[in-house]
Design a protein around this ligand. Structure first.
Ligand code: ATP
Length: 582
């Protein structure tokens, strides 16, 4: 087999992967139109495994064609050269490079993972061959018609299946919001342009129209969530409605946050779509943006490049992550870089009767699940090499003790066999020590809301201690410790047996099965501090009530999915304009 044929075979594997990825993404609009939420969640979860399935398939084909993949010296360098030639004018070139890397890394040992063989650094010259950005969006010019007519046209061009309940009302709200909240709204029509991405972004029960408004002042996001109203006793009409208008980049960042499920969006030229998004949210990294649209393997590639680059520009040391040490995970961080590195410990104490495989399965379960803005995404890496001189000596010693089985030292490198990388947050227990009483009350309320959001998505966090939650830059509470998660439906929520007398209480023999949970004791699972317990129970008393948890289970069994809005309720048109729009 010639290098050219191998390069073709790999590219064919990638082509099949991307075609299937795009097919499933295209199906998202059908599920949205039919309001088939269980179907949508299933699709979105399945899509996450597509990549590994295609890499494995291609690997099998390759092994059949090339029984001795090692070949002669230089063989794989020729394959790589040929492959990069094919990518010169390829619309998904960066993804195809990553696919090549995945394949190569499954065939060979880590010592061969360098630029001569794989794309540690991209060979694409993004400056020389700019992505064909114009292909991903349409431009609209209000000077040609009115502002209202332009907005009508933007919505009409998406050809959503179901009718709108009252599109004229929603367009009025849109115009008013634009004029009120955007400084770009003050410009005369002939100085305004809207650029709108061609495909809607689907996630959970919403479709997002994503674009920007351009005026002499620059550009600003112009994003409209479209929702379904299903008929019920309080809302007799059924159909679509526009829920709000988002124009603030910070607000859009929250919509694209790392604790939410991946968007389903058609992106024939991902680099162009990402470039567009990056201009709207300059603080987000390429890795974060690729992950947000479900290209999580590309996110891993970009992240690794960002890490390597960061290491060359900084000089601080990896240290243990601040906070209480985990019993299952050893967690460390680089203070100048906003991520944590989590490695499964060699041994767990008796209080954690789980296996390494269970821990991995639970982390994967969360990755594939709807994370509802409350569970951090993780990137899983194998054989990560980090420079030994960047480790604080105390940390290195602790790592040797706690994760020695996953760690080896090769020359000047610490190589970690398996690790998770996650955004760094301030552990909630530490955060609470630093803030005043008003913020304490607010954050404990948000913690309770985080529990409710997670529960509504059919996840029982298991370990609800404050140290297992973090506070983001946007001051939101997010869960990050998944080794005890279960589906909510697998838990048996029980009321504590009532003691008739003191004797009864002392001698009663309450039998507790492994899946039993007693919500009346919930605050004791959270914290030992009475002040914090009181704050939680004041804002969320129902968390103590077994009937509440059972009711949540019934809702899930009945296929009812709550809306999770990635923006404050007060921003919704229904709240702002005092008319009922939802
Ligand atoms: N994303 C993060 N940002 C900041 N700190 C983190 C993050 N993830 C973990 N930590 C820190 O590391 C500690 C241990 O992490 P984690 O809770 O995931 O480990 P664990 O072994 O599963 O814990 P447990 O003993 O509760 O099971 C946390 O208490 C926190 O201090």
């Amino acid at each position: 087999m010639q290098p050219k044929h191998i390069a073709e075979l790999i590219l064919k594997g990638f082509k099949r992967h991307f075609a299937l990825f795009e097919d499933s993404t295209a199906a998202a609009s059908r599920y949205f139109n039919q309001a088939d939420w269980p179907g949508f969640l299933q699709l979105s979860s399945e899509r996450i495994s597509f990549y590994d399935q295609r890499v494995n398939e291609t690997l099998q084909q390759l092994k059949q064609q090339l029984p001795d993949p090692g070949g002669s010296a230089g063989f794989w360098q020729d394959v790589k050269q040929q492959y990069s030639d094919f990518l010169q004018m390829h619309p998904q070139a960066e993804l195809a490079e990553t696919f090549y890397n995945s394949l190569f890394c499954r065939l060979f040992e880590r010592k061969y993972f360098h630029n001569q063989n794989i794309f540690v650094q991209t060979t694409l010259n993004r400056q020389q061959l700019p992505a064909p950005v114009a292909s991903v969006y349409d431009s609209y010019f209000p000077i040609q018609n009115s502002l209202k007519q332009t907005l009508r046209q933007i919505i009409a061009d998406f050809r959503f299946g179901p009718d709108f309940i009252d599109l004229e009302r929603d367009i009025r709200y849109l115009v008013r919001s634009f004029l009120d909240q955007s400084s770009h709204g003050k410009y005369p029509l002939h100085l305004i342009r809207f650029d709108i991405l061609k495909s809607a972004f689907y996630r959970n029960k919403a479709a997002y129209i994503i674009g920007r408004v351009v005026t002499p002042e620059g550009q600003q996001p112009f994003v409209i969530p479209v929702l379904h109203q299903q008929a019920c006793s309080t809302a007799p009409s059924e159909g679509l409605y526009l829920d709000t208008l988002i124009t603030e980049p910070e607000q859009l960042s929250v919509v694209f946050g790392f604790s939410r499920a991946y968007f389903m969006v058609q992106s024939p030229v991902p680099s162009a779509l990402i470039q567009f998004l990056r201009e709207l949210m300059p603080h987000k990294t390429l890795a974060e943006l690729y992950a947000s649209i479900g290209l999580h393997k590309q996110a891993k590639t970009e992240f690794y490049r960002e890490l390597l680059q960061h290491l060359t520009r900084s000089s601080d040391h990896f240290v243990a992550a601040p906070g209480i040490r985990g019993l299952v995970m050893m967690v460390f961080t680089l203070p100048s870089f906003p991520y944590v590195f989590k490695v499964i410990r060699d041994e767990f104490p008796e209080s954690k009767p789980i296996s390494r495989a269970t821990v991995k399965a639970r982390y994967l379960q969360v990755k594939k699940h709807d994370r509802v803005g409350r569970m951090a995404d993780t990137m899983e890496y194998s054989d990560v090499a980090l420079p030994i001189d960047r480790f604080a000596p105390e940390l290195l010693e602790e790592l040797k003790q706690s994760i020695g089985g996953s760690l080896r030292i090769e020359d000047e490198l610490v190589v970690i066999k398996h690790l998770y990388i996650e955004r760094r947050m301030i552990p909630l227990n530490l955060y609470l020590e630093q803030v005043g009483s008003d913020e304490k009350a607010r954050i404990m309320k948000d913690y309770g809301q985080a529990l409710k959001d997670i529960i509504a998505a059919n996840i029982f966090p298991g370990d609800m201690l404050l140290k297992n939650f973090g506070v983001t830059r946007h001051k939101r509470v997010i869960f990050y410790d998944y080794d005890e998660v279960q589906y909510l439906l697998d838990v048996n929520f029980r009321a504590l047996p009532k003691a008739k007398s003191i004797d009864d209480a002392l001698y009663s023999d309450v039998s507790v099965a492994p899946g039993d949970v007693f919500p009346e004791q919930i605050s004791t699972y959270v914290t030992a501090q009475p002040e914090l317990r009181d704050l939680l129970l004041k804002s969320h008393p129902e968390l103590m009530d077994p009937a509440y948890w059972q009711q949540m289970q019934q809702r899930i069994r009945a296929g009812q999915f709550d809306d999770v809005f990635p923006y404050p309720d007060g921003m919704r048109f229904s709240a702002r304009f005092h008319e009922k729009s939802a």
